[in-house]
Design a protein around this ligand. Structure first.
Ligand SMILES: [Ca+2]
Ligand SMILES: [Ca+2]
Ligand SMILES: [Ca+2]
Length: 878
């Protein structure tokens, strides 16, 4: 947001409680939410802890939020200079808050080393004192390894300087500082004995050396929003963690002295408070603009020390560059949400003339945006034309002069070994459950599927779901767009090049080919086809280089190549521990039957394969249930329990097989369940609820679920339609309640993974209702979901869909995590809740996956919603 008149902000401070006259101005005070606060600065002391699942997520420890932006994280005792994601951290055993005394104390333990210690953070001066306390001297093996760290996000400090004992230096934009090699015997083991480093058999590891050292370090003294001072009697070191991993940070670090107890190390840390600071209003609006007829509500996120100004201004930008004030809409206070900020709504729906506009609120103006009846048109094209093709595995993906990646994983895959636990949660038991021996090559798997997100593994659940849902998009909307050339024979994709086949159909086939290959060669769908080595899993760069492309041959030495075989065990592992219960194949059966139906007119040979495999899986389920029915009762009960856990409800597959074959036996199987869904909707709980702290309906699954019933509607009789119609008002009431429970009119959900998907699927469900019952639901309940995704949301007003809108994401990743850039059409997860109250969405640090990792699984809902909005816009702007 551009500051129009800085002088206005200064004037406002004159009549808002800026507390400049108090002698305590700038002093950190512990607030009722358990963290240190003063104007312009928050210091969080383990409000967020390390989660374990993904290890160090760069959202834990002692953290500094300055001017509303989290600039520092990872304040903790760590055992390496520049901790990587899978480096170990201590467990927090105790946290006590002395609100009046201004002290937060924590106790920790590194159980592997029986190393117990405390960290105390105490208010002092304009900052805080942070000390490390030891009951016993440092364990000998941690001498020279344990130190107090605090990490700073690198891109936030690009173009800034720092002072070390008064000497001025520049923060490096790219790492090129010194490192040294040490023998592996000195290395602190990473989590679960993993290694992020491919040492090529040399038993060594890399240690980053400091880029600066001294007793006083000032980060960005020239910029009060970034300035932080460190002082210590113990030497302070500054490291650049990006030498070891691209998601590394700038690390301030002091080593814990050996042989000492008590308070062994102290830092005085001084952030930069500002007693007069008020955060600039975040004026949320849709970055793609609005159609003339729709509702237009900008949501303004305000500092709690700010006051709500009663009117905003809407300006039109004229052809000659002049600006015309066209409306002064009222601004209505909504209230506090998620505790941190106050919210207000500004309805400027009265502006309907097509043109370029911007919003001005209290002297702050937004970037321009269009009002036009076509603003929703084609907003899914980047996603289908570019994003999804770039995520295609086993293909070379070309775009004009550029190759996004080569034909990856052509050596897929080896049988995962028995009794094996992999770093990403996959495991194997006593048996392979297949005809293959451990590490044996499984033929035929180097085809189809997508990288599921920012990593390069095949998560079968994603392939199954995406195949089914893309086929559903085809069923409902039939988008015949053809802008991608996809040749499965030569495994070549060319973007912006029509080839005579609808791209949606070809993407359905791309999923189905992988599913068919797994069933035909493994016998079922493996849980995942995933990298066996950690140093492959964190791969950044062209996926064609994760493996060597040669089939693994244990008779050769590592790195030795003969013909199409090599002795390097880098082929992905097929995890087949999930075999056994055929009922686990219900969704695969559904996806293949669905694919068979939509592919038949276009690619009949693949359609036929899909049908054959779907029917095989169905028969496997029949046989299994017949076997179970013949067992003694106790075993039957055990089996039924197992069935439920494994998706024993065969409805999803029965629906698709009915649509594929028309056979009544399938309909008999799913119809009772669907009628129960309608019945449950009829009896759904009613009543209002309070969602102001984010704990209400927005966080929960929808209470009225009629998704399956709606998807069946076009194929059912009038009686079914009448019954479903009766419960639509219940669904609509629930959607309205959700909308009213947040200032943005959509289910804003703050968790450790961003809430974009939640909003998209909520709006998508509303669209499906509008599609069939346009008289029963307000289409604004559809458009508001997209408006949120496109910028009408907390923290900033950037569009979460990369390259869609005026101001859009600068960094978000699919398989381009290292690059501080984006793949067009990716849908960012959005807002993560940093406990206790900061909804965060960083746009200068791609590596926070909960905020910036775009997933392929979001594509079908987003595309449906986007095409749905095109229809709504056309209907309401007639
Ligand atoms: Ca994955
Ligand atoms: Ca095509
Ligand atoms: Ca290989």
């Amino acid at each position: 947001m551009k500051k129009l008149l800085p002088i206005i902000a200064a004037l406002i401070c004159g009549f808002v409680s800026c507390a400049t006259d108090s002698k305590d101005a700038g002093k950190l005070v512990i607030n009722e939410r358990g963290y240190f606060e003063t104007r312009g600065v928050n210091v969080l002391v383990y409000s967020n802890n390390y989660q374990g699942v993904f290890c160090d997520e760069k959202t834990a420890g002692v953290e500094i939020v300055q001017r509303g932006v989290r600039i520092a994280t990872g304040g903790a005792v760590r055992l390496m200079n520049t901790p990587e994601q899978w480096d170990i951290y201590a467990s927090l055993t105790e946290r006590t808050i002395d609100t009046l005394g201004g002290v937060i104390s924590c106790r920790f333990n590194y159980p592997d080393y029986n190393f117990r210690y405390g960290i105390t953070v105490r208010q002092e001066g304009k900052g805080f004192r942070m000390s490390v306390e030891l009951d016993d001297p440092l364990p000998a093996e941690l001498a020279g390894k344990a130190g107090l760290n605090m990490e700073f996000f690198p891109a936030t400090y690009y173009g800034k300087t720092y002072l070390v004992d008064g000497q001025s230096e520049i923060f490096p934009r790219y790492p090129s500082s010194d490192t040294e090699m040490r023998p592996k015997s000195e290395k602190i083991n990473q989590f679960w004995g993993l290694s992020t480093f491919d040492d090529r058999g040399r038993d060594e590891f890399i240690v980053a050396k400091p880029i600066s050292k001294g007793h006083t370090i000032v980060m960005a003294p020239e910029d009060e929003s970034l300035r932080v001072l460190f002082q210590s009697d113990t030497e302070l070191n500054l490291f650049d963690g990006r030498n070891l991993s691209q998601n590394g940070t700038f690390v301030v670090r002091s080593m814990i002295p050996a042989g000492k107890k008590g308070t062994v190390l102290e830092w005085y840390v001084e952030p930069t408070p500002d007693a007069g600071w008020i955060r600039e209003p975040n004026i949320g609006f849709s970055q793609i603009g609005y159609t003339p007829a729709q509702k237009k509500v900008a949501v303004i996120e305000l500092d709690r020390n700010d006051k709500v100004v009663s009117k905003a201004k809407i300006f039109r930008v004229n052809a000659d560059g002049s600006h015309t004030l066209v409306l002064e809409p009222a601004v209505k206070e909504w209230g506090v949400f998620y505790n941190r900020y106050n919210y207000a709504q500004c309805d400027f729906s009265a502006v309907t003339d097509p043109g370029t506009y911007y919003i001005e609120y209290n002297g702050f103006r937004t970037n321009p945006f269009p009002i036009n009846k076509n603003v929703y048109d084609g907003k899914w094209h980047n996603t289908m034309d570019v994003w999804l093709p770039v995520q295609m595995d086993h293909m070379l993906v070309n775009e004009a002069y550029r190759v996004w990646h080569g034909r990856s994983h052509m050596d897929d895959a080896v049988q995962a070994p028995t009794n094996y636990q992999q770093h990403d949660g996959y495991r194997m038991g006593n048996s392979t459950n297949t005809k293959y021996k451990p590490y044996e090559h499984i033929p035929g798997l180097a085809v189809g599927a997508w990288y599921d997100a920012g990593d390069f593994d095949i998560q079968s659940g994603t392939v199954i779901g995406l195949t089914n849902q893309l086929a559903e998009v085809w069923d409902v909307l039939r988008p015949e767009r053809d802008e991608t050339f996809i040749d499965q024979k030569t495994q070549f994709v060319d973007i912006h090049r029509p080839d005579g086949l609808p791209d949606m159909i070809q993407q359905v086939e791309h999923g189905a080919l992988n599913l068919c290959a797994q069933i035909e060669n493994i016998g079922f769908i493996a849980g995942g086809i995933v990298q066996g080595n950690m140093h492959q899993y964190h791969h950044l760069g062209d996926a064609v280089t994760i493996t060597d492309g040669y089939i693994y041959d244990p008779s050769l030495k590592p790195y030795e190549v003969r013909g199409n075989r090599s002795g390097t065990l880098d082929d992905r592992f097929a995890f087949t521990n999930n075999a056994g219960n055929p009922m686990s194949n219900v969704n695969v059966c559904a996806a293949l039957a669905h694919a068979a139906r939509v592919l038949a007119p276009y690619i009949p040979e693949t359609a036929e394969r899909c049908k054959k495999n779907a029917l095989k899986l169905w028969k496997d389920m029949d046989d299994y249930q017949a076997r179970m029915a013949n067992r003694p009762q106790q075993q039957q009960q055990n089996g039924q329990r197992g069935n439920r856990g494994m998706g024993g409800d065969r409805s999803s597959a029965a629906i698709q097989l009915w649509l594929l074959t028309g056979e009544q036996k399938y309909k008999d199987m799913f119809l009772p369940g669907v009628m129960r869904q309608i019945e449950a909707a009829r009896n759904a709980p009613q009543g209002a609820e309070d969602n102001r702290t984010g704990g209400g309906s927005a966080m929960r699954a929808p209470r009225v679920n009629i998704t399956t019933a709606l998807s069946l509607l076009p194929y059912m009789d009038d009686d079914f339609k009448a019954q479903l119609r009766e419960v639509i008002p219940v669904f609509v009431e629930d959607a309205k309640r959700t909308a009213e429970s947040t200032p943005y009119g959509v289910p804003v959900a703050g968790g450790s993974w961003g809430g974009s998907e939640r909003v998209i699927s909520w709006a998508q469900n509303n669209y499906m209702v509008w599609r069939y019952y346009p008289d029963l639901i307000d289409p604004e309940l559809v458009l508001s979901g997209l408006n949120f995704i496109y910028g009408n949301h907390p923290y900033s007003n950037v569009s979460f869909v990369t390259a869609v809108g005026v101001n859009t994401k600068k960094v978000a990743y699919g398989n381009n995590r290292a690059d501080y850039t984006f793949i067009p059409g990716g849908i960012a997860p959005g807002l993560v809740l940093l406990q206790p109250d900061l909804l965060e969405h960083k746009d200068d640090y791609p590596f926070l996956w909960g905020e910036n990792e775009c997933c392929t699984r979001t594509v079908p809902s987003y595309v449906t919603l986007s095409i749905g909005a095109e229809e709504i816009a056309a209907a309401i702007n007639k």
